[in-house]
Design a protein around this ligand. Structure first.
Ligand code: IMP
Length: 174
């Protein structure tokens, strides 16, 4: 695949080392709670699939899809629910898995949406965090990598639906 001018932000090797560490952190915190892993589509699907293959404790998986960007590289300020969960979550421990938390708007929206269904608790895992742009401060329990304020793609993240399959994360010129 032809890539635009870019800079590697997180290598395949860094990701490979970090995932088992994150899985271990989740096991310590939630390993006895049979968590429901809620994967936020589409961006978190690559991360989540590597993550759960390192889980050595009982868990289930469900998917939810939102959109806020359309084709742009910054949030439109409005979050749309594109696909809801398949199962009820009342009384369940939820591990919400995001690709990236930028302004925090998407996560804030999802937290509110899921909280009214009365889960036991919701803990958030995000592969990437861009702290510099945060407006909504939902607590993040597990963070893969803090990154600078750059538009990044790869490892599930896209620009106009491209580059999701890259096994590493790059910053591209907007
Ligand atoms: P937030 O609502 O501003 O936190 O943005 C969250 C969503 O925007 C993420 O789930 C991504 O889908 C998308 N997003 C934010 N930053 C980036 C980026 O650098 N590259 C690709 N997608 C991004």
């Amino acid at each position: 695949m032809e890539l635009p001018p870019h800079q590697i932000i997180i290598s395949e090797e860094q990701i490979g080392k970090r995932i088992p560490q994150l899985a271990g952190e989740v096991e310590k915190e939630l390993g006895d709670e049979n968590p429901l892993v809620v994967v936020v589509l589409k961006g978190a699907f690559v991360f989540a699939s590597d993550l759960v293959r390192n889980f050595e404790f009982p868990h289930q998986i469900d998917f939810i899809a939102t959109s806020s960007y359309g084709d742009a590289t910054s949030t439109s300020g409005v979050v749309k629910l594109l696909k809801d969960l398949d199962e009820p979550i009342k009384g369940r421990t939820i591990l919400l898995v995001e690709d990236i938390v930028d302004t925090g708007l998407t996560l804030h929206y999802l937290q509110q949406l899921l909280q009214i269904r009365q889960p036991k608790k919701i803990e958030v895992m995000t592969f990437l965090s861009k702290m510099a742009r945060r407006e909504f401060h939902t607590p993040l329990k597990f963070v893969g990598f803090e990154i600078p304020d750059k538009f990044v793609v790869g490892y599930g993240l896209d620009y106009k639906e491209q580059y999701r399959g890259l096994p590493y994360v790059i910053a591209i010129e907007e």
